[in-house]
Design a binder for this molecule. Structure first.
Ligand SMILES: [Zn+2]
Length: 219
């Protein structure tokens, strides 16, 4: 539902045993034709989504959550504790930027709509905070007796996680964004040995990063 053909707006929907489970709900960012996608009706009724499993706090993975809550999502948002704390800051800031952009468009009259409205407000962003359910890495969380998942360290930013989802006897792994194999400030990504299906972030999959001494470039 996002993050395909473009690098932002990450959203994957899994349906199993009558439950709709959303992995990430990111904002489309960048040029106008991409940002406009944020205004489209959500592909499924947000009220019908059981839960959101959030891999990490970057806006292209969490920035659409206030839209879900505003439109009737009632479920839990599962994430790690650092992801919750960072997401709260980031969404509040995003709500403020959306309000400021709409105000500016109205003031200078450059909105193509009669009145520019923010995608969501600071108040909408704050309403998300009641939905968080935080979990440690490698702690199995049961959504139903036959659907469970655990977060595994992804080494990308503080609190970032891969999601290992088990539905009956099948395992689906969502990588989220993955960090370097030897990050300077975080533990390296957990190595996963097997999965039936792998949903892999591949933004830089066709590029080779130059070798560099991280310590020299930081300090
Ligand atoms: Zn990221």
């Amino acid at each position: 539902m996002g993050g395909a053909q473009t690098v932002t707006g990450s959203k994957s929907l899994i349906e199993a045993d009558g439950k709709k489970i959303l992995i990430d709900s990111g904002l489309f960012q960048g040029l106008k034709h991409l940002r406009r996608l944020n205004r489209d009706d959500f592909p499924v009724d947000p009220a019908s989504i059981e839960c959101v499993i959030l891999t990490h706090a970057h806006l292209d993975h969490c920035g659409c959550i206030p839209v879900l809550v505003k439109n009737g999502f009632k479920g839990k948002i599962y994430c790690t504790l650092p992801t919750k704390e960072l997401t709260e800051i980031i969404l509040k800031d995003s709500g403020k930027i959306q309000e400021e952009d709409a105000n500016r468009a109205n003031k200078y009259g450059y909105s193509s709509h009669t009145e520019a409205k923010p995608l969501y407000t600071v108040a909408d962003a704050l309403a998300v905070n009641n939905h968080f359910s935080t979990h440690n890495y490698e702690e199995w969380v049961f959504i139903t007796p036959n659907i469970k998942f655990q977060f595994l360290n992804a080494g990308h930013i503080l609190g970032s996680a891969m999601v290992q989802l088990k539905i009956h006897d099948k395992t689906i792994v969502f990588s989220g964004d993955i960090g370097r194999k030897d990050p300077l400030l975080l533990y390296p990504p957990k190595k996963i040995k097997s999965a039936d299906y792998l949903v892999l972030e591949s933004t830089y999959g066709d590029r080779e990063h130059d070798e560099m001494d991280l310590k020299k470039s930081y300090f």
